[in-house]
Design a protein around this ligand. Structure first.
Ligand SMILES: C[S@@+](CC[C@H](N)C(=O)[O-])C[C@H]1O[C@@H](n2cnc3c(N)ncnc32)[C@H](O)[C@@H]1O
Length: 321
């Protein structure tokens, strides 16, 4: 595709897609302006990811290398990650939240990084995303069928839209039968509970909070050519997952930031839900894919490329050591 000429970073635009390193996010996002940051960086898997092209019955990683995810050690990976998490921290508003998406390879050490940047007390908890992919590699210990998202708040008061229907699920049928025995004037079933002297009312039709294990956002929906959302970009995340995150931690009109935006899943989710976005990625294939996807979505955005940039298939790479 033909990418439009760059504009100055100083010009204001509500939606921005930038080709840059996440460490430079602050050049493009004003300090304390974003209510949500979703980070889906390379996980430290020790390999390269090729763009996928349709073939046979599914996508095949036969395209050019989109990004390289290789570090000589976990220490080197964490040293790379920390300044990027810190750059994100600077962009968050006082009611903002960061979601850092990783897997078992680095998430435990990465929590230490986030604790240093945000403060340990800022940790809100974690979401386990059960990807729905089949178990592989189970001969040497349990097969990893989940990934982990760490949540951190920038301040004491943070956005959490607990009542959003996307964060609710039906009560168990036994609970409905046992507890929801009262009906209000509108015919809605409810129960009341008194805790520490205060009485709370729960409506059956509002359901209960979904909790921290999410298994209803299958990874396959982003990674099979049979679905409309698949772009062929490797490690693309499902729209359903990102829509839930955006709904949970931002309000309509807020700015959502994704410094490792890849194919722009977060940016599309933000736009669909009436938020503005700033996304960046260091890889040209990612930026091309993201721009194409946003255009297909009909979302207006400003594309910022380094001044001497011409579209090419340069992969994002891990730093050389
Ligand atoms: C796991 S993928 C993100 C996928 C994305 N969430 C999606 O749904 O398509 C990680 C991305 O980080 C990008 N990346 C790697 N190093 C980067 C850096 N230093 N700054 C910004 N982006 C980087 C890669 O090009 C890749 O697109």
């Amino acid at each position: 595709m033909e990418l439009k000429p760059p504009r100055s970073a100083c010009e204001s635009a509500s939606n921005v897609l930038v080709r840059c390193d996440a460490v430079d996010l602050g050049v493009h996002v004003p300090p304390r302006s974003a209510q949500l940051a979703y980070l889906d960086p390379p996980f430290g898997v020790g390999g390269a990811f090729g763009a996928r092209l349709p073939g046979g019955e599914g996508w095949r990683a036969r395209g050019a290398v989109a990004y390289i995810d290789r570090w000589p050690s976990i220490e080197a990976y964490l040293a790379w990650l920390e300044p990027r998490v810190a750059a994100v921290r600077e962009c968050l508003s006082s009611d903002g939240t960061m979601w850092l998406h990783l897997d078992h390879r680095a998430v435990h050490e990465a929590k230490g990084v986030c604790d240093r940047v945000f403060g340990r007390a800022a940790f809100l908890g974690e979401v386990i995303w059960a990807t729905g992919n089949g178990a592989r590699g189970a001969r040497r210990g349990p097969a990893m069928t989940h990934q982990t998202l760490l949540l951190y708040a920038a301040g004491r008061e943070f956005v959490w839209n607990a009542r959003d229907p996307n964060l609710r699920e039906p009560f168990a049928s036994t609970s409905l039968a046992m507890h929801f025995k009262q009906k209000d004037g509108d015919g809605r079933w409810y129960r009341e509970r008194t805790l520490a002297g205060r009485t709370y009312r729960y409506y059956a039709d509002e359901g209960r909070a979904i909790g921290s294990v999410w298994s209803d956002c299958p990874a396959m929906s982003a990674n099979t050519p049979l679905t409309r959302e698949a772009t062929g970009y490797p490690t693309q995340k499902p729209m359903r997952l990102l829509e839930r995150i955006v709904r949970a931690s931002s309000r309509a009109g807020a700015r959502v930031v994704d410094p490792f935006c890849g194919s722009a899943t977060t940016l599309v989710a933000a736009a669909r839900l009436g938020r503005s976005f700033s996304g960046c990625d260091v890889g040209m294939i990612a930026v091309e894919t993201a721009a194409r996807r946003l255009e297909a979505e009909g979302v207006p955005f400003e594309l910022r490329l380094p001044s001497n940039e011409c579209p090419a298939s340069t992969p994002a790479s891990s730093p050389s050591f």
